[in-house]
Write a protein that binds this ligand. Structure first.
Ligand code: AMP
Length: 468
């Protein structure tokens, strides 16, 4: 089994005449959470229909496809996974038949005991069509004998460990479920009286729905013929909301875990400037788009000019085939172009949200220096990424993480060929996010402190014993 580490977005709506079209729009706003496949399942009170394909939301769906997705309820999913498992079989929503009829499920997150559960289910004769841990959740729901779907889901929640924000659809019900730690976001809104759930509130904004609240950690929210119900069968042992959602993954216009992401990112930049100033800086430039709010905050705090020294092309797909060898660094050149007049003869501070392997940063430093910058200083609006995520953010193994490989800031600056490198401190990050010590958040990628034990490790980039 390989490649179950997914970054994803989910959406759901119940009791609206334009469910499929609204699902399509809702997924559009979540496209940043996954670009490899997209799918929508709808239900009309009788049955569940499903359409999913590899590709972007706009390419997967068209008017003819949406017409076939009849019904007044819909759930949808966008998925990104690493190369090997990029197959339609792993695309979501996943659908099957269970004792109660058709059921479809879409999942954001990663289970930490997926291999154990899968082996148990296989031993009991379950058949799997995919290598995705989302199918395990679907099978667990289907396999439990309980009087109601809510009871089945509650039973599944006692077995599944790790991160899951889910939407589930049956012929007449839509459910939204969040793991008791609340790793991944999931919000509830309303459109023309119909309940809407989405990974991020930007999705609600696009369709014109109003934001109501988060689906709570450990909550099962159900919308069905009998109205709406909510239960919390599992109390939260420890809240572990993913701080990397706020640093990088979510869109700045979203409210995530009750906070406006743009505000937090700007404040990360301000805090970074307090901790890691470059007093002789001439200009602060972001690595667009993800570094932009932090760069604005950094520049404001130091009272230095902010400028767009790098322009991002928004038309670079993940499937672009890089010409071998002939043009070095082609990948980053396709995505980012330098603006020489901003850079020439200047002391430049480049602000990005994170460094993972360091390959992008190194190419950016090169690019900025080759356009005449006198000094190039990298400033990162998160702490050094030293540990892989097992809860749904795609990170490589420790040996590929530059901050885990190299001991000191000087060594990292050396490898990046930057004049200096500075990161936000863990304390500074928590001060911005929660005004304190990080209670209620997962910061394992920075600290190695994993809130849920990782029982079954698997790396999307290498084998099971790659010494993560
Ligand atoms: P690198 O250091 O070359 O591995 O890449 C760092 C860049 O990747 C930064 O600009 C980040 O914004 C971005 N990044 C960080 N985490 C992720 C992730 N999980 N998926 C995709 N891009 C990411």
């Amino acid at each position: 089994m390989k490649d179950i580490h997914d970054e994803c977005g989910v959406f759901g709506i119940h009791g609206h005449p334009d469910a499929a079209t609204i699902g399509y729009l809702g997924l559009h706003a979540l496209q940043h959470r996954g670009q490899e496949s997209a799918g929508i399942a709808t239900s009309d009170g009788q049955d569940v229909r499903l359409y999913k394909q590899m590709g972007l939301v706009a390419d997967v769906f068209n008017a003819d496809v949406l017409k076939t997705l009849t019904g007044t309820s819909a759930i949808g999913h966008v998925r990104y996974s690493t190369a090997g498992s990029s197959t339609l079989l792993n695309a979501q929503p996943m659908k099957c038949m269970y004792a109660g009829g058709s059921i479809a499920l879409a999942h954001n997150g990663n289970l930490t005991n997926f291999a154990t559960l899968r082996h148990q289910l296989l031993a009991r004769g379950h058949l799997f069509q995919s290598s995705s841990d989302s199918e395990i959740l679907l099978q667990l729901v289907a396999a439990h004998y309980a009087p109601t779907l809510s009871d089945r889901v509650a039973a599944m929640m006692t077995q599944a460990r790790g991160a899951y924000s889910l939407v589930i659809l049956t012929a007449d019900q839509m459910l939204a479920v969040r793991d008791p730690h609340g790793f991944r976001p999931l919000v509830l809104g309303r459109l023309d009286g119909a309940p809407v759930v989405a990974s991020e509130s930007t999705s609600l904004n696009l369709i014109g729905a109003t934001y109501e609240r988060e689906i709570e950690p450990g909550e099962i929210f159900i919308a069905g013929p009998g109205g709406e119900t909510s239960s919390r069968p599992i109390t939260s042992p420890r809240l572990a909301r993913c701080v990397f959602e706020q640093i990088y993954f979510s869109r700045p216009d979203s409210i995530v875990f009750g906070k406006q992401v743009n505000t937090l990112r700007t404040e990360f930049g301000r805090q970074l400037a307090r901790e890691q100033p470059v007093p002789n800086a001439d200009v602060i430039i972001p690595v667009p788009d993800s570094g932009t709010p932090a760069a604005i905050g950094y520049a404001e705090q130091l009272n230095k000019p902010f400028a767009m020294g790098l322009i991002r092309s928004h038309y670079v797909g993940r499937t672009f085939i890089e010409p071998e060898q002939r043009i070095r660094h082609f990948g980053v050149k396709l995505k980012l172009a330098p603006v020489p007049e901003v850079l020439k003869d200047r002391v430049v501070v480049v602000v990005d949200d994170s460094i993972v392997r360091g390959t992008t940063s190194q190419k950016i430093v090169d690019m900025v220096r080759s356009r005449g910058a006198r000094e190039v200083h990298m400033r990162i609006s998160s702490p050094p990424t030293r540990w892989p995520c097992f809860y749904g953010i795609d990170t490589p193994s420790r040996k590929e993480l530059i901050a885990a490989r190299l001991g000191s800031l000087d060594e990292i600056a050396g490898e990046l060929t930057a004049d200096s490198v500075g990161y936000l401190s863990v304390e500074g990050m928590h001060r911005v996010v929660s005004g304190g010590g990080g209670d209620g958040y997962c910061d394992a990628c920075f600290t190695g402190s994993y809130p849920v034990p990782v029982e079954d490790q698997y790396s999307p980039h290498s084998g099971p014993d790659d010494n993560r």
